[in-house]
Design a protein around this ligand. Structure first.
Ligand code: PAF
Length: 281
């Protein structure tokens, strides 16, 4: 495993690689969901050389969010990546990623339509920071393919749209959400849950599945979504949103249509931890 700690080291590594190069961008504290992204790239491109990045991107965190508390385990991450056949990891500094200073940059990547709603409504700077750092990472790593997990579905749609509209020569590969045995979607932030919160957390996914069943059976959207939110709030969650959207545009929908790709999206706080999840309808 090569650990590339600067843009220069990365450039040198990249010059010596053939085609295709597959890329898994991460913020570290890796779990099976991240590692499955390496497998997802290999499914599409079996001979891909794999590189990951570990960088906790400051510009995608709001002022009162968990940037300083974000969990890390660098040695553990490197061992897990190596075991999964990833051959290099890019670990840039803030200066590599934000040479003029993270608060001084003047260029922005904006996609109001896709990112001002759902998570973007309560995390207004988040997707601007994600799109910017992913664009920078693509320019530095120059991957042929890059993988992102469907747990962050809104992030995937923002990145897919950015890649399409800004003509990045990168194929985006989606990785299915990886879950714990009780259904909780894997996330580095699950580490924040207390023992008792961890017991309650799978209720989010269970409620989503029950809601899907009700919607498919013809219960009105308004009634089913409100009942589910009430149930989660009663169980100790603080629901941020619990909504159905068209999967491509993320526009609201009000009735079930099996002929259109639709998804149920949820975000809720459990204690100090913000959980998000989504499933196909
Ligand atoms: O999904 C993540 O872990 C991050 O948002 C990403 C894509 C690595 C950008 O910092």
């Amino acid at each position: 495993m090569e650990i590339l700690r600067s843009k220069e080291a990365l450039r040198h590594w990249r010059k010596n690689q053939g085609y295709p190069v597959g890329f898994v961008p991460t913020m570290g504290y890796l779990h099976d969901g991240h590692l499955a992204l390496a497998d997802a790239i290999r499914t599409v491109a079996p001979s891909a050389v794999l590189i990951a990045s570990i960088y906790v991107n400051p510009t995608q965190f709001g002022a009162n969010e968990d940037l300083d508390a974000y969990p890390s385990d660098f040695e553990g991450d490197v061992a897990k990546l190596a075991q999964r056949g990833v051959t290099a990891v890019f670990v840039p500094s803030d200066t590599d990623m934000y040479p003029t200073g993270k608060d001084k940059e003047t260029v922005a990547i904006v996609n109001e339509t896709l990112t001002s709603q759902l998570c973007g409504a309560s995390r207004p700077v988040h997707f601007g920071g994600v799109q910017k750092v992913v664009a920078k990472l693509f320019n530095l790593v120059q991957p042929d393919l890059a993988a992102f997990g469907e747990k962050d579905f809104q992030q995937i749609r923002a990145i897919e749209t950015m890649v399409e509209e800004l003509c990045f020569p990168v194929q985006i590969v989606r990785g299915a959400t990886v879950r714990e045995s009780d259904g909780l979607a894997m996330s580095s932030r699950n580490a924040y849950l207390t023992e008792s919160e961890r017991q309650v957390a799978p209720l989010l996914q269970q409620t989503m599945q029950a809601t899907r069943t009700a919607l498919q059976a013809g219960t009105s959207f308004e009634q089913a979504l409100q009942a589910s939110q009430d149930q989660l709030n009663d169980a100790g969650f603080k629901v941020d949103y619990f909504e159905c959207r068209e999967a491509r545009t993320l526009q609201p929908i009000t009735e079930y249509n099996p002929n259109i790709e639709q998804r149920l999206f949820a975000a809720a706080k459990l204690g100090a931890t913000r959980l998000i999840d989504n499933i196909a309808l």
